[in-house]
Design a binder for this molecule. Sequence first.
Ligand code: 5GP
Ligand code: MG
Ligand code: MG
Length: 174
Amino acid sequence: MLTEEQIAARVAELGAQITKDFKDVEEDIIVVCLLKGSIIFMADLCRKIELPLKMDFMTVSSYGNEFVSTREVKIKKDLDENIMGKHVIVVEDIIDSGNTLKTVLKMLGHRGPKSVSLCTLLNKPSRREVEIDVQYIGFEIEDEFVLGYGLDYMQEYRNIPYVGIMGNLDELED
Ligand code: 5GP
Ligand code: MG
Ligand code: MG
């Protein structure tokens, strides 16, 4: 779906945009990676942000199923940094229903950050169940299950350097 070259070009653009938007801020910038899916994107993106920043990591898990409309999101690994008064940029691999991020943004908002913005590599707007403001979007995609570049299928395929559609798995294995 997306080649390494396409991804690299877009990540560079996002990094340049973030650099421009935050170049005059005085407070610390903390870039938050939502594990595990965002790790590859985070690593590439941070190298394209030409500003001093701190990196931090958070793991959340969602419970519930398609029959339950209110989903519970739990923190499995919290941030190490105190984000009070700082600029937080949350990095996500893909936004689907938006339920996970909605809860994460609310949790982070309670900690008194100066600002919270959101950067996602992929966005599936057709699947959205809750409204969220996303400041930085890599690519808008159709409703298809994708993997690679950090995104998994049963914890595998994260190390594929491009983004592929799940339906093409046979090709990947050849
Ligand atoms: P939601 O926005 O529905 O709360 O959940 C988003 C999370 O679901 C993403 O962070 C990702 O882990 C997973 N997810 C959603 N769509 C896909 C997809 O197409 N491929 C993969 N590998 N994970 C997905
Ligand atoms: Mg994710
Ligand atoms: Mg996953």
